[in-house]
Ligand binder design. Structure first.
Ligand code: IMP
Ligand code: MG
Length: 178
């Protein structure tokens, strides 16, 4: 375990199961359709890479980068697009892939953004969610696990751009950021 990690919250094998379960649902729901997976950079890349390998439905992938965090552990509430998707999304069945939902600000913005672009459908798939921190209610279609209000790292999730490569999800020691 990494020295800055308080404890492991979700182990590698638990994550594998979560990803498989989500993929099973997606494969069923999107049968006969083609999905456009849109990963939100950078936190979703590890999850998205594992998830797409389990998909049996046809899919294309794209990425968006939006900012709301900086280096603090609190959401700013303001969302800026840093990188948009690189293909037309009109009429497509879009599945947003996110690492974690905290306040909900990021996804509330993204949902409105895709709806305004005239997609056929837009759904949300997130590895983790912290329901206690929600400020804006958003519909979550696929979720790996709900977690308590703790700052977590690993499996794509960072603190100040560190720890993304850890293969598990761990709780960051408070001494690292307070
Ligand atoms: P929201 O807009 O407040 O829902 O924030 C979502 C974003 O905040 C996620 O995409 C993450 O990048 C970041 N975030 C929220 N909680 C955590 C955490 O515990 N660890 C790492 N990143 C987090
Ligand atoms: Mg993120």
């Amino acid at each position: 375990m990494h020295k800055d990690c308080e404890r492991i919250l979700i182990s590698e094998s638990e994550i594998k199961n979560m990803v498989k379960n989500i993929a099973t649902k997606i494969n069923k729901d999107y049968q006969g359709k083609e999905i456009l997976l849109v990963g939100l950079l950078k936190g979703s890349v590890v999850f998205m890479a594992d998830l797409m390998k389990e998909l049996e439905v046809d899919c294309k992938i794209d990425f968006m980068c939006v900012s709301s965090y900086g280096t603090s552990t609190e959401s700013s509430g303001r969302v800026n697009i840093i990188k948009d998707v690189s293909q037309p999304v009109e009429g497509r069945d879009v599945l947003i892939v996110e690492d974690i939902i905290d306040s909900g600000n990021t996804l509330a913005f993204i949902l409105k953004y895709f709806e305004a672009k005239g997609v056929n459908s837009v759904k949300i798939c997130t590895l983790l969610s912290k329901p206690d921190r929600r400020v804006v209610e958003i519909p979550v279609d696929y979720i790996g696990a709900e977690i308590p209000d703790e700052f977590v790292i690993g499996y794509g999730l960072d603190f100040a751009e560190n720890y993304r490569s850890l293969p598990y999800v761990g709780i960051l020691k408070r001494s690292v950021y307070s």
